[in-house]
Design a protein around this ligand. Structure first.
Ligand code: HEC
Length: 301
């Protein structure tokens, strides 16, 4: 079989250096992206490490209450007696009204119980002014519409470019069949769109947090696959694909019963052919049977 493209291993060294430089830089970028996710979203539920809760808190928010309430039931519990904590929470539940702050005596409680720590000199939030406290009396509804819009378009433009070039380099790979190549190259785009959509969906309902994880992993897997295959073919073709374990992969790939993708591909084609037939049949029925009736009926009116 003659290939219509130059396989990765046969490219000139300068081109290989260019491809490798790009792949390595983007790979490091991916690592930093993961670290960033770990530190921003990963800490959202207060525990280190990424979990479904983190994603729910980041996009949907923690709507079970305000930060102030959670703290008063949590780490700030010992700083005020039961009754006073209850008064503060009542005030928050009733909308944290500025006028009520004084009339209900909340200001006195905060002054006597909290300000010794939460003051201007401290590195923790300052409660000497009401505005400092109000920041913690709002319900946490997760990512804002504005921030979602911003990160959505940045991600769509930016990441599609990354996969443009990673996919282009990988398209010169020869150890992967055309079908699998199509899947590996197309998948990141499908997952990218699914990922962005899932943020918005998670903002509406926390159930979709799973989709965020699933889409993110799908993107990561296809990135890894294209990255590793491209690098191996360019620099380690002989040791891996001729003498090494990669040769067994190639044998397996070329054996008739191996390829799941081939079969999926086959059924997809059959499905398309069948639906074409069905469409022709439907059109035929419409023109010969339904349309005359409709025409007659319209003519009567
Ligand atoms: C002994 C000092 C001390 C007192 C008294 C104290 N706090 Fe705190 N507060 C802290 C520290 C330290 C933190 C940061 C660590 C944490 O979040 O647990 C904090 C954090 C908080 C936070 C979360 C801030 C954030 O950035 O998420 C809130 C809300 C809060 N305190 C409310 C109160 C209220 C209300 C009172 C009065 C009933 C109070 N605190 C009394 C020391 C204190």
């Amino acid at each position: 079989m003659t290939t219509k493209y130059t396989p990765l291993k046969d490219h000139d060294t300068p081109i290989k250096v260019l491809f490798t430089g790009y792949l390595c830089t983007v790979g490091i970028g991916y690592l930093f992206a993961l670290i960033q996710i770990l530190f921003t979203h990963g800490m959202a539920d207060g525990k280190f490490g990424l979990s479904v809760d983190d994603i729910v808190y980041s996009y949907y928010g923690n709507r079970s209450g305000t930060v102030l309430e959670q703290k008063l039931n949590g780490s700030m519990k010992d700083n005020a007696p039961e009754l006073e904590r209850f008064q503060i929470m009542e005030w928050v539940r009733e909308g944290a009204d500025i006028d009520d702050y004084k009339s209900e005596g909340i200001d006195k409680i905060i002054e006597s119980r909290c300000v010794m720590c939460h003051n201007k000199e401290a590195s923790i939030p300052d409660f000497t002014e009401l505005s400092g406290l109000l920041a913690f009396t709002e319900q946490d509804t997760g990512a804002t519409f504005a921030s979602l819009t911003r990160i959505s378009h940045i991600h769509l433009f930016g990441i599609s470019f990354i996969f443009m070039f990673v996919g282009l380099i990988f398209s010169f790979a020869e150890t992967t069949t055309t079908q699998y190549k199509c899947i590996a190259i197309g998948m990141p785009y499908a997952f990218l769109v699914a990922d962005i959509m899932s943020w918005w969906l998670t903002k509406i309902h926390p159930m979709f947090a799973w989709l965020v994880i699933f889409a993110g992993m799908g993107m990561g897997v296809s990135f890894m696959f294209m990255w590793v295959t491209s690098i191996l073919e360019m620099w380690l073709f002989k040791p891996v694909f001729i003498n090494g374990f990669g040769s067994r992969y190639l044998q397996w790939r070329d054996s008739p019963e191996a390829s799941v993708a081939d079969r999926v591909w086959f059924y997809l084609k059959v499905l398309v052919q069948q639906s074409k037939k069905a469409a022709v049949f439907a059109q035929d029925q419409w023109l010969t049977r339904a349309w005359p009736v409709v025409k007659q009926w319209l003519g009567k009116k």
